[in-house]
Design a protein around this ligand. Structure first.
Ligand code: EPU
Length: 340
Protein backbone atom coordinates (compact mmCIF):
# COMPACT_ATOMS: atom_id res chain seq x y z
CA UNK A 1 0.00 0.00 0.00
CA UNK A 2 1.23 3.48 -0.80
CA UNK A 3 0.86 6.04 1.91
CA UNK A 4 -1.35 8.93 0.81
CA UNK A 5 -1.15 12.11 2.85
CA UNK A 6 -3.71 14.88 2.84
CA UNK A 7 -3.35 18.66 2.79
CA UNK A 8 0.39 18.62 2.22
CA UNK A 9 2.35 21.86 1.90
CA UNK A 10 4.26 22.02 -1.39
CA UNK A 11 6.59 24.90 -0.48
CA UNK A 12 9.58 22.59 -0.31
CA UNK A 13 8.57 20.66 -3.42
CA UNK A 14 8.79 23.58 -5.86
CA UNK A 15 11.88 25.70 -6.47
CA UNK A 16 9.81 28.91 -6.67
CA UNK A 17 9.06 28.21 -3.01
CA UNK A 18 5.33 28.86 -3.46
CA UNK A 19 3.30 27.91 -0.42
CA UNK A 20 0.56 25.93 -2.16
CA UNK A 21 -1.11 22.82 -0.73
CA UNK A 22 -1.89 19.47 -2.32
CA UNK A 23 -5.26 17.91 -1.39
CA UNK A 24 -3.61 14.45 -1.64
CA UNK A 25 0.10 13.66 -1.87
CA UNK A 26 2.20 10.54 -2.19
CA UNK A 27 5.75 9.57 -3.05
CA UNK A 28 6.60 6.55 -5.19
CA UNK A 29 9.89 4.71 -5.23
CA UNK A 30 9.25 2.11 -7.95
CA UNK A 31 7.23 1.59 -11.11
CA UNK A 32 4.93 -1.02 -9.59
CA UNK A 33 3.72 1.53 -7.07
CA UNK A 34 2.72 3.79 -9.95
CA UNK A 35 0.91 0.91 -11.66
CA UNK A 36 -1.03 0.08 -8.51
CA UNK A 37 -1.90 3.76 -8.00
CA UNK A 38 -3.50 3.73 -11.45
CA UNK A 39 -6.02 1.18 -10.13
CA UNK A 40 -7.19 3.30 -7.21
CA UNK A 41 -10.41 5.32 -7.06
CA UNK A 42 -8.38 8.27 -5.90
CA UNK A 43 -6.29 8.25 -9.09
CA UNK A 44 -9.36 7.70 -11.27
CA UNK A 45 -11.50 10.39 -9.67
CA UNK A 46 -9.06 13.14 -8.89
CA UNK A 47 -6.93 15.44 -10.99
CA UNK A 48 -3.37 14.15 -10.96
CA UNK A 49 -0.09 16.04 -11.04
CA UNK A 50 3.23 14.25 -11.38
CA UNK A 51 6.00 16.18 -9.74
CA UNK A 52 9.73 15.74 -10.33
CA UNK A 53 12.11 18.30 -8.83
CA UNK A 54 9.42 21.02 -9.02
CA UNK A 55 11.88 23.26 -10.84
CA UNK A 56 9.73 24.15 -13.82
CA UNK A 57 6.38 24.78 -12.20
CA UNK A 58 4.46 27.76 -10.85
CA UNK A 59 1.57 27.14 -8.46
CA UNK A 60 -0.99 29.93 -8.65
CA UNK A 61 -3.41 28.03 -6.41
CA UNK A 62 -3.66 24.97 -4.21
CA UNK A 63 -3.75 21.69 -6.10
CA UNK A 64 -7.16 20.19 -5.55
CA UNK A 65 -6.21 16.64 -6.51
CA UNK A 66 -3.45 14.04 -6.16
CA UNK A 67 0.22 15.02 -6.41
CA UNK A 68 2.54 12.09 -7.13
CA UNK A 69 6.18 12.81 -6.38
CA UNK A 70 8.59 10.52 -8.22
CA UNK A 71 11.44 9.20 -6.17
CA UNK A 72 12.46 6.22 -8.31
CA UNK A 73 16.22 5.89 -8.06
CA UNK A 74 18.95 4.02 -9.89
CA UNK A 75 21.65 4.52 -12.51
CA UNK A 76 23.17 1.58 -14.34
CA UNK A 77 24.92 0.54 -17.53
CA UNK A 78 22.70 -1.38 -19.96
CA UNK A 79 25.19 -1.77 -22.79
CA UNK A 80 28.82 -0.97 -23.36
CA UNK A 81 31.21 -1.22 -26.28
CA UNK A 82 34.66 0.08 -27.00
CA UNK A 83 33.48 3.60 -27.79
CA UNK A 84 30.07 4.14 -26.21
CA UNK A 85 28.06 3.33 -23.14
CA UNK A 86 24.29 3.24 -22.65
CA UNK A 87 23.27 4.47 -19.23
CA UNK A 88 19.78 3.91 -17.89
CA UNK A 89 18.82 6.45 -15.23
CA UNK A 90 15.58 6.26 -13.28
CA UNK A 91 13.23 9.24 -13.31
CA UNK A 92 13.66 10.29 -9.67
CA UNK A 93 17.43 10.78 -9.87
CA UNK A 94 18.52 14.42 -9.80
CA UNK A 95 19.72 15.47 -13.25
CA UNK A 96 22.85 17.24 -12.01
CA UNK A 97 23.90 14.23 -9.93
CA UNK A 98 23.64 12.09 -13.06
CA UNK A 99 25.83 14.59 -14.94
CA UNK A 100 28.48 14.48 -12.22
CA UNK A 101 28.33 10.67 -12.11
CA UNK A 102 28.94 10.55 -15.89
CA UNK A 103 31.71 13.16 -15.84
CA UNK A 104 33.45 11.24 -13.03
CA UNK A 105 33.27 8.02 -15.09
CA UNK A 106 34.60 9.83 -18.19
CA UNK A 107 31.36 9.35 -20.12
CA UNK A 108 30.84 12.26 -22.49
CA UNK A 109 27.75 14.01 -23.84
CA UNK A 110 25.99 15.80 -21.00
CA UNK A 111 28.80 17.83 -19.41
CA UNK A 112 27.36 21.08 -20.88
CA UNK A 113 24.10 20.33 -19.07
CA UNK A 114 25.68 20.60 -15.61
CA UNK A 115 23.77 22.19 -12.74
CA UNK A 116 20.37 22.17 -14.45
CA UNK A 117 17.89 21.70 -11.63
CA UNK A 118 15.20 19.02 -11.72
CA UNK A 119 14.95 15.28 -12.13
CA UNK A 120 16.05 12.89 -14.86
CA UNK A 121 12.40 12.09 -15.68
CA UNK A 122 11.59 15.72 -16.39
CA UNK A 123 14.65 16.30 -18.60
CA UNK A 124 13.31 14.81 -21.85
CA UNK A 125 9.80 16.17 -21.34
CA UNK A 126 10.99 19.71 -21.99
CA UNK A 127 14.16 18.66 -23.81
CA UNK A 128 16.42 20.57 -21.43
CA UNK A 129 19.23 22.47 -23.07
CA UNK A 130 22.07 24.80 -22.25
CA UNK A 131 25.35 26.05 -23.70
CA UNK A 132 24.87 24.60 -27.15
CA UNK A 133 23.64 21.12 -26.14
CA UNK A 134 20.14 19.66 -25.79
CA UNK A 135 19.34 16.38 -24.05
CA UNK A 136 17.73 15.04 -27.24
CA UNK A 137 21.25 14.66 -28.67
CA UNK A 138 22.05 11.87 -26.19
CA UNK A 139 18.65 10.29 -25.49
CA UNK A 140 18.49 6.73 -26.81
CA UNK A 141 15.06 5.84 -25.47
CA UNK A 142 12.48 6.72 -22.86
CA UNK A 143 10.62 4.03 -20.93
CA UNK A 144 7.50 4.57 -18.90
CA UNK A 145 3.91 3.66 -18.22
CA UNK A 146 0.81 4.36 -20.27
CA UNK A 147 -1.45 6.12 -17.76
CA UNK A 148 -4.64 4.76 -19.32
CA UNK A 149 -3.73 1.08 -19.65
CA UNK A 150 -0.88 0.65 -17.15
CA UNK A 151 1.24 -0.93 -19.90
CA UNK A 152 4.97 -0.37 -20.07
CA UNK A 153 6.06 1.42 -23.23
CA UNK A 154 9.36 2.51 -24.76
CA UNK A 155 9.86 5.46 -27.09
CA UNK A 156 12.93 5.57 -29.28
CA UNK A 157 14.55 8.98 -29.73
CA UNK A 158 12.89 9.57 -33.13
CA UNK A 159 9.46 8.89 -31.65
CA UNK A 160 9.84 11.56 -28.95
CA UNK A 161 9.22 14.46 -31.38
CA UNK A 162 11.87 16.60 -29.70
CA UNK A 163 12.08 20.31 -30.45
CA UNK A 164 13.30 23.42 -28.65
CA UNK A 165 11.99 22.84 -25.09
CA UNK A 166 9.42 20.48 -26.63
CA UNK A 167 8.60 16.79 -26.91
CA UNK A 168 5.66 14.48 -27.53
CA UNK A 169 5.28 14.14 -23.74
CA UNK A 170 4.27 17.82 -23.49
CA UNK A 171 1.76 17.61 -26.31
CA UNK A 172 0.13 14.46 -27.72
CA UNK A 173 0.99 12.48 -24.59
CA UNK A 174 0.41 15.24 -22.04
CA UNK A 175 -1.03 13.63 -18.88
CA UNK A 176 -1.09 10.27 -20.67
CA UNK A 177 2.40 8.91 -20.04
CA UNK A 178 4.58 8.53 -16.97
CA UNK A 179 8.33 8.63 -17.67
CA UNK A 180 10.06 6.10 -15.44
CA UNK A 181 13.54 5.97 -16.98
CA UNK A 182 15.75 7.59 -19.55
CA UNK A 183 18.50 5.74 -21.44
CA UNK A 184 21.35 7.83 -22.81
CA UNK A 185 24.10 7.08 -25.30
CA UNK A 186 27.37 8.55 -24.05
CA UNK A 187 30.91 8.38 -25.35
CA UNK A 188 33.86 6.63 -23.71
CA UNK A 189 36.39 8.25 -26.04
CA UNK A 190 36.44 10.89 -28.81
CA UNK A 191 34.00 12.91 -26.73
CA UNK A 192 31.85 15.53 -28.46
CA UNK A 193 33.43 18.67 -27.08
CA UNK A 194 31.20 21.71 -27.56
CA UNK A 195 32.79 24.90 -26.31
CA UNK A 196 31.47 27.25 -28.99
CA UNK A 197 29.03 28.97 -26.72
CA UNK A 198 30.69 32.33 -25.98
CA UNK A 199 30.56 32.19 -22.19
CA UNK A 200 32.17 28.71 -22.08
CA UNK A 201 35.05 29.76 -24.30
CA UNK A 202 35.72 32.85 -22.17
CA UNK A 203 35.46 30.94 -18.91
CA UNK A 204 37.86 28.21 -20.06
CA UNK A 205 40.30 30.94 -21.09
CA UNK A 206 40.02 32.52 -17.64
CA UNK A 207 40.69 29.07 -16.18
CA UNK A 208 43.82 28.82 -18.42
CA UNK A 209 42.47 25.67 -20.07
CA UNK A 210 43.52 25.07 -23.66
CA UNK A 211 42.54 21.41 -23.94
CA UNK A 212 39.15 21.10 -22.28
CA UNK A 213 38.14 17.84 -20.61
CA UNK A 214 34.66 16.69 -19.61
CA UNK A 215 35.44 17.85 -16.08
CA UNK A 216 36.75 21.30 -17.02
CA UNK A 217 33.73 21.95 -19.27
CA UNK A 218 31.40 20.88 -16.50
CA UNK A 219 33.28 23.14 -14.06
CA UNK A 220 33.08 26.07 -16.51
CA UNK A 221 29.31 25.61 -16.94
CA UNK A 222 28.83 25.37 -13.17
CA UNK A 223 30.82 28.59 -12.77
CA UNK A 224 28.76 30.44 -15.42
CA UNK A 225 25.42 29.23 -14.09
CA UNK A 226 26.35 30.15 -10.51
CA UNK A 227 27.28 33.67 -11.58
CA UNK A 228 24.14 34.29 -13.66
CA UNK A 229 21.35 32.21 -12.22
CA UNK A 230 20.01 32.44 -8.69
CA UNK A 231 20.28 29.34 -6.50
CA UNK A 232 16.74 28.25 -5.57
CA UNK A 233 18.02 27.36 -2.10
CA UNK A 234 18.48 31.07 -1.44
CA UNK A 235 16.08 32.76 -3.89
CA UNK A 236 13.02 31.01 -5.31
CA UNK A 237 12.98 30.68 -9.10
CA UNK A 238 12.35 28.23 -11.93
CA UNK A 239 15.21 29.11 -14.27
CA UNK A 240 14.13 30.72 -17.53
CA UNK A 241 10.51 31.76 -17.13
CA UNK A 242 9.97 32.26 -20.87
CA UNK A 243 11.14 30.48 -24.00
CA UNK A 244 13.30 32.37 -26.47
CA UNK A 245 10.84 33.39 -29.18
CA UNK A 246 11.27 32.65 -32.87
CA UNK A 247 10.21 35.33 -35.32
CA UNK A 248 10.19 35.60 -39.10
CA UNK A 249 13.26 36.90 -40.87
CA UNK A 250 11.18 39.83 -42.18
CA UNK A 251 10.04 40.76 -38.70
CA UNK A 252 13.64 40.59 -37.50
CA UNK A 253 14.79 42.83 -40.37
CA UNK A 254 12.16 45.42 -39.51
CA UNK A 255 13.20 45.38 -35.83
CA UNK A 256 16.86 45.77 -36.81
CA UNK A 257 16.02 49.11 -38.43
CA UNK A 258 14.84 50.44 -35.08
CA UNK A 259 16.99 48.41 -32.66
CA UNK A 260 20.29 48.01 -34.47
CA UNK A 261 21.83 45.83 -31.73
CA UNK A 262 18.98 43.31 -31.36
CA UNK A 263 20.61 39.86 -31.11
CA UNK A 264 19.25 37.09 -33.31
CA UNK A 265 20.26 33.52 -34.09
CA UNK A 266 19.23 32.27 -37.49
CA UNK A 267 17.44 28.97 -37.46
CA UNK A 268 15.77 26.97 -40.20
CA UNK A 269 12.80 28.12 -42.34
CA UNK A 270 13.82 31.78 -42.59
CA UNK A 271 13.25 32.21 -38.88
CA UNK A 272 15.30 33.99 -36.23
CA UNK A 273 15.49 33.15 -32.53
CA UNK A 274 15.74 36.21 -30.32
CA UNK A 275 16.91 36.02 -26.67
CA UNK A 276 13.92 36.81 -24.49
CA UNK A 277 16.31 38.05 -21.76
CA UNK A 278 17.46 40.85 -24.07
CA UNK A 279 13.88 41.87 -24.96
CA UNK A 280 12.84 41.93 -21.31
CA UNK A 281 15.93 43.93 -20.34
CA UNK A 282 15.18 46.51 -23.06
CA UNK A 283 11.72 46.97 -21.56
CA UNK A 284 13.37 48.00 -18.30
CA UNK A 285 12.46 44.95 -16.20
CA UNK A 286 15.92 43.64 -15.32
CA UNK A 287 16.52 43.87 -11.56
CA UNK A 288 13.02 45.31 -10.89
CA UNK A 289 11.48 44.28 -7.59
CA UNK A 290 7.80 44.46 -6.64
CA UNK A 291 7.23 43.55 -2.99
CA UNK A 292 8.63 40.03 -2.60
CA UNK A 293 9.01 39.11 -6.26
CA UNK A 294 11.06 40.49 -9.11
CA UNK A 295 13.19 40.03 -12.20
CA UNK A 296 16.67 38.70 -11.56
CA UNK A 297 19.39 41.36 -11.82
CA UNK A 298 21.87 39.12 -13.67
CA UNK A 299 19.47 37.43 -16.12
CA UNK A 300 16.20 39.06 -17.11
CA UNK A 301 14.71 35.75 -18.23
CA UNK A 302 14.45 34.61 -14.63
CA UNK A 303 11.62 35.68 -12.33
CA UNK A 304 12.42 35.39 -8.64
CA UNK A 305 10.56 34.96 -5.37
CA UNK A 306 12.49 36.67 -2.59
CA UNK A 307 10.56 34.82 0.09
CA UNK A 308 6.85 35.21 0.48
CA UNK A 309 5.72 36.02 -3.04
CA UNK A 310 2.71 34.09 -4.23
CA UNK A 311 2.02 32.44 -7.56
CA UNK A 312 -0.56 34.98 -8.67
CA UNK A 313 1.80 37.89 -8.10
CA UNK A 314 4.40 36.09 -10.22
CA UNK A 315 1.85 35.37 -12.94
CA UNK A 316 0.74 39.02 -12.91
CA UNK A 317 4.36 40.15 -13.30
CA UNK A 318 4.83 37.66 -16.16
CA UNK A 319 1.72 39.05 -17.90
CA UNK A 320 3.04 42.61 -17.53
CA UNK A 321 6.36 41.54 -19.04
CA UNK A 322 4.55 39.81 -21.92
CA UNK A 323 2.53 42.91 -22.70
CA UNK A 324 5.45 45.32 -22.60
CA UNK A 325 7.54 43.08 -24.90
CA UNK A 326 4.52 42.79 -27.21
CA UNK A 327 4.08 46.56 -27.27
CA UNK A 328 7.74 47.41 -27.91
CA UNK A 329 8.73 44.58 -30.28
CA UNK A 330 5.45 43.01 -31.42
CA UNK A 331 6.74 39.67 -30.10
CA UNK A 332 4.61 37.45 -27.87
CA UNK A 333 6.63 35.63 -25.21
CA UNK A 334 5.47 32.18 -24.11
CA UNK A 335 6.19 30.84 -20.62
CA UNK A 336 8.52 27.87 -20.40
CA UNK A 337 7.33 27.16 -16.88
CA UNK A 338 4.18 25.06 -16.32
CA UNK A 339 1.56 27.23 -14.71
CA UNK A 340 -0.88 25.42 -12.42
N1 EPU B 1 20.63 38.69 -22.53
C1 EPU B 1 20.42 40.02 -22.23
N2 EPU B 1 19.91 40.34 -21.01
C2 EPU B 1 19.62 39.39 -20.09
C3 EPU B 1 19.81 38.05 -20.40
C4 EPU B 1 20.32 37.70 -21.63
O1 EPU B 1 20.69 40.89 -23.03
O2 EPU B 1 19.18 39.78 -18.99
C5 EPU B 1 21.24 38.32 -23.81
C6 EPU B 1 22.71 37.98 -23.60
O3 EPU B 1 23.49 39.09 -23.74
C7 EPU B 1 23.00 36.96 -24.64
C8 EPU B 1 21.66 36.33 -24.91
O4 EPU B 1 20.68 37.15 -24.31
O5 EPU B 1 23.42 37.58 -25.83
C9 EPU B 1 21.60 34.91 -24.42
O6 EPU B 1 21.75 34.89 -23.01
P1 EPU B 1 22.16 33.56 -22.20
O7 EPU B 1 23.40 33.00 -22.75
O8 EPU B 1 22.11 33.88 -20.75
O9 EPU B 1 21.04 32.52 -22.57
P2 EPU B 1 19.46 32.62 -22.72
O10 EPU B 1 19.10 32.50 -24.14
O11 EPU B 1 18.97 33.82 -21.99
C10 EPU B 1 19.12 30.02 -22.63
C11 EPU B 1 18.32 29.01 -21.86
C12 EPU B 1 18.93 28.78 -20.48
C13 EPU B 1 20.35 28.29 -20.66
C14 EPU B 1 21.14 29.36 -21.46
C15 EPU B 1 22.53 28.94 -21.79
C16 EPU B 1 16.06 29.25 -22.72
C17 EPU B 1 14.67 29.68 -22.43
N3 EPU B 1 16.95 29.47 -21.74
O12 EPU B 1 19.00 31.27 -21.94
O13 EPU B 1 18.19 27.74 -19.86
O14 EPU B 1 20.98 28.09 -19.42
O15 EPU B 1 20.45 29.59 -22.73
O16 EPU B 1 22.55 27.99 -22.80
O17 EPU B 1 16.32 28.72 -23.79
C18 EPU B 1 16.38 27.30 -18.39
O18 EPU B 1 15.80 26.80 -19.35
O19 EPU B 1 15.85 27.35 -17.25
C19 EPU B 1 17.68 27.91 -18.58
C20 EPU B 1 18.30 28.57 -17.61
Amino acid sequence: MIKIDEHVRLKHYNTFGIDATARYFCQITNEDQFKSLLQTDLYRNEKVLILGGGSNILFTRDFDGLVIKTDIKGIHIVHESDGIVNIKAMSGEMWHELVIHCVNHQWGGIQNLSLIPGTVGAAPIQNIGAYGVEVKEVVKEITGIDRLTGDEKTFQNKECEFGYRESIFKHKLKDLFFVSSVTLTLTKKNHPINTNYGAIKDTLKEMNITEPTLKSISDAVIHIRKSKLPDPIHVGNAGSFFKNPTISYLHYQSLLKIFSNIPGYHSVNQEVKVPAGWLIEQCGWKGKRLNDIGVHAQQALVIVNYGNGNGNEILELAMKIISSVKEKFNIVLTPEVNII
